[in-house]
Design a protein around this ligand. Structure first.
Ligand code: SAM
Length: 200
């Protein structure tokens, strides 16, 4: 039982989606809608840490959609759904084999790389896409979670590709975006967007 529960959030698409509904409720879809205004005209999109590939449903029909994720469970789900995918641990940076695309997106996932590959990722994606959109869930002040809450979260995500870290505080995310020459857009208390457009 213990072994079944450990890492289940990043192993089972079903459990991931249930926990996601419990956490975000009816606002669950908002994170997928936020990148759309910046993706107009993009005919190919690579979704880094794209999980179960849910974002595909929000893109226009005909847009070539692919996902990079490290989770074997999610990758198996993507294969079943006939979504092009790459299994890769992004703590190692971007691999050379990624295709060039019109746009790269990363949705509520950048914070996971805050102590490892964040700078490398934010620069390397500019070489494979002319548009990069980062949607991030931020906290208003440094998270004051109880030790138990933190332990449960980390236990449910505990895979060999997961590094336990806190969400960004809003100002921290803004400063990272500006340092890497991304525009910073504040949506509301919870969500921010970072957007890079390469000049023609
Ligand atoms: C918070 S979920 C977000 C998933 C999706 N973007 C969404 O909005 O539902 C984080 C995702 O990052 C993936 N992930 C975590 N660490 C990773 C790593 N080192 N390399 C690649 N993917 C990773 C997880 O498997 C998971 O799908």
């Amino acid at each position: 039982m213990k072994a079944f529960v450990k890492s289940i959030n990043y192993r089972s698409p079903l459990i991931y989606n249930i926990l996601d509904y419990l956490k975000r409720g009816t606002r669950r879809d908002l994170r997928y809608r936020l990148p759309l205004p910046y993706l107009k005209g993009a005919s190919s999109v690579l979704d880094l840490c794209g999980g179960t590939g849910e974002f595909k449903k929000f893109l226009p029909a005909g847009c070539q959609y692919s996902v990079c994720d490290a989770s074997p469970g999610f990758v198996a789900h993507l294969a079943k759904s006939h979504i092009r995918h790459f299994q890769w641990d992004l703590h190692r940076g971007l691999p050379r084999f990624f295709p060039k695309v019109d746009a790269v997106v990363m949705i509520i996932s950048l914070y996971q790389f805050r102590t490892t590959s964040i700078d490398v990722l934010l620069e390397a994606v500019k070489d494979i896409a002319s548009t990069v959109v980062i949607v991030e869930e931020v906290s208003v002040s440094p998270q004051k979670q109880s030790a138990l809450t933190r332990w449960v979260k980390n236990y449910l995500c505990a895979t060999d590709f997961f590094v336990p870290v806190e969400l960004f505080v809003r100002e921290e995310f803004e400063s990272i975006m500006k340092k890497r020459r991304y525009d910073f857009i504040s949506y509301d208390k919870k969500y921010c967007v970072g957007c890079y457009h390469r000049q023609a």
